[in-house]
Design a protein around this ligand. Structure first.
Ligand SMILES: Cc1cc2nc3c(=O)[nH]c(=O)nc-3n(C[C@H](O)[C@H](O)[C@H](O)COP(=O)(O)OP(=O)(O)OC[C@H]3O[C@@H](n4cnc5c(N)ncnc54)[C@H](O)[C@@H]3O)c2cc1C
Ligand code: FES
Length: 265
């Protein structure tokens, strides 16, 4: 992005897409390469800084889908199209896309957890020649908190999709009632030979989902997760993100489950 990887650079907010009441997607003008699953440190001077995953990318831009929870994210929600947002990055590793090619792929997400896999899903939607079967279980709280409606129409055409809504009592068209874990039995892992499982979202959902699949005999090394930790430097210097001796900012946020499982303990 520039010579100093620690130095935030002002970038233009090109578009703001209101996804839900508390989650907006910000399209930022950016020239540069990024990997699926990487993140940037976004900041506003005198307000704060936070790590945010890349949720979209295209020629000359990247997108971030942000949930308003605290100082920095509230500050970003106050920006308008044409404003400046400071960024440094991209940081962290990426989903091992090469390993996922020509294999079945199962993606389980909850809430804003769909953001760090959105570019990965689009990649496989756009490239039928490198994918096999893709199963997407994308959970949200209710119909008002669903994300990426337009992309999900595309995913519905290319993948096996189910979108459980944990707080809806009645079934709505295109959605199911219940938590994501209720729908994992529908994925026929027992008949699959070459496949990978990607899990993102709330730590409890990641753990329960991973345990569901390992309980059905899935080898842990077929499972990949993205972990969110409080970060400061994002370059392995401050230790804020350290879990059991592992620097999540450097060695993650994407982890193979046998490694992630040790970090949870
Ligand atoms: C690799 C990575 C990728 C991420 N990607 C995304 C993403 O794509 N989208 C996204 O929305 N988020 C993402 N996050 C999470 C995001 O970085 C955090 O939500 C971040 O804390 C937001 O910063 P903030 O300044 O707005 O919130 P903060 O002010 O840091 O607050 C964060 C949380 O802490 C609580 N809190 C704050 N201060 C206190 C206090 N004094 N006492 C008790 N509780 C307090 C707040 O209520 C809030 O729930 C990601 C995190 C990581 C590590
Ligand atoms: S955030 Fe500073 S070491 Fe990871």
């Amino acid at each position: 992005m520039n010579g100093n990887i620690m130095e935030p650079v002002p970038c233009r907010v090109d578009r703001i897409i209101r996804e839900t009441e508390a989650e907006f997607t910000f399209r930022i003008l950016y020239q540069g390469e990024t990997g699926h699953g990487q993140f940037f440190q976004l900041s506003i001077p005198k307000v704060g800084e936070a790590p945010i995953s890349i949720s979209g990318k295209g020629p000359g831009y990247v997108e971030f889908t942000i949930r308003k929870v605290g100082r920095l994210t509230e500050g970003v929600f106050g920006l308008t199209e044409g404003s400046q947002l400071y960024m440094r990055g991209p940081y962290g590793n990426s989903w091992p896309v090469d390993q996922f090619e020509h294999q079945d792929l199962i993606v389980v997400t909850s809430g804003t957890g769909m953001a760090p896999v959105r570019t990965l899903l689009k990649h496989f939607a756009d490239h039928p020649e490198i994918r096999k079967e893709v199963y997407l279980v994308g959970g949200f709280k209710d119909r008002n908190s669903t994300l990426f409606d337009e992309d999900r129409s595309l995913f519905d055409q290319c993948f096996h999709t189910v979108y459980p809504l944990s707080r809806e009592k009645e079934k709505l068209p295109g959605y199911e009632c219940g938590r994501v874990t209720l729908f994992l039995d529908q994925i026929p892992v027992e008949t699959m030979t070459e496949y990978h499982i990607v899990i993102t979202g709330a730590p409890a959902v990641i753990e329960t989902t991973a345990k569901h699949f390992t309980g059905r005999g899935v080898p842990p090394e077929r499972i990949w997760v993205s972990l969110e930790r409080k970060m400061s430097c994002a370059v392995g210097k401050c230790g804020h993100c350290k879990m059991n001796g592992t620097y999540v900012c450097l060695e993650g946020p994407v982890f193979n489950y046998p490694v992630a499982r040790e970090l949870f303990d």
